[in-house]
Write a new protein. Structure first.
Length: 267
């Protein structure tokens, strides 16, 4: 009965609208020509499909040609470095083409090049997150599948894919994923931004570029001064104030989930 009432009311509204709308002016068509007052309807424009976006999941070299070789030949036959740019985990790129195991991508500063498909993750349906304390991981979305040997370090940039309450599947490095309790994820915009910078700072510190790492710490201070992740990175870099409370130390580099254990491509 309720459906019938809704349909009846809809029909009444349509009828009322038809009575109020003035009839379009028309005149008879002659000799196969359109009727006076009628105009040919222009074909509807089809919007160009949006360029798909993807996340870079590890530190990787954007290459000039889709080959692993460090150098490639130019048109004149001379060799040149097969290097376009160094991309960091968490950057987004536009996917322009897929060729075998490679993706041709465009960066935020309009540089185009190639990177392995295994180092990108489609951005559609993916959420950004991090954790502010060491968090347990689960091999499967089941409370009995806790992996006591592994934890995710605070400040790790996470890409959240599937959700199966009370768990979320997260990408934490390269093509590696695991499950965590959804309630333990931090999704605040400033914390997430800090996590991206922490990933970069940790990479720089591991490659003996501490000054550059500290520069990223300064950026975090300016954009997320209240984030608990600020003190964690400061402690890791050895620049925390003496009166600051001790921060949680990251897991050992032997831990598969530690920042230092992520698989990287690049010099």
């Amino acid at each position: 009965m309720r459906k019938l009432l809704v349909l009846a009311a809809s029909a009444a509204l349509v009828a009322s609208a038809c009575k109020k709308a003035p009839a379009p002016a028309q005149s008879a068509a002659t000799d196969g020509q359109p009727a006076a007052g009628a105009s040919a309807q222009a074909p509807a424009e089809t919007a160009a499909p949006a360029t798909p976006m993807a996340y870079v999941t590890t530190v990787v070299v954007l290459k000039i040609e889709p080959v692993d070789a460090a150098k490639v030949k130019k048109a004149d036959g001379k060799e040149t470095s097969n290097f376009r740019a160094l991309l960091y985990r968490g950057e987004q790129v536009a996917v322009l083409e897929i060729k075998d195991d490679w993706v041709r991508a465009r960066t935020s500063d309009e540089k185009e090049g190639w990177l392995k498909r295994s180092w990108v993750l489609e951005a559609s349906g993916v959420k950004e997150a991090t954790v502010v304390t060491p968090e347990k991981v689960f091999d499967r979305p089941d409370l009995l599948a806790s992996n006591a040997k592994r934890k995710i370090d605070p400040g790790t940039f996470l890409l959240v894919g599937k959700e199966k309450a009370p768990f979320s599947e997260v990408n934490y490095s390269g093509s590696q994923s695991t499950w965590v309790l959804t309630e333990r994820l931090a999704t605040d915009e400033k914390d997430v931004a800090a996590a991206k910078l922490i990933e970069k700072a940790r990479y720089l510190a591991r490659n003996n570029k501490k000054e550059e790492a500290i520069a990223n710490l300064d950026i975090i201070r300016s954009i997320a001064p209240e984030s608990p992740l600020l003190g964690i990175l400061a402690t890791e870099l050895g620049v925390a104030p003496e009166d600051e409370e001790p921060q949680v130390q990251p897991a050992s580099a032997d831990d598969p989930l530690s920042p230092g254990a992520s698989q990287e491509e690049g010099d």
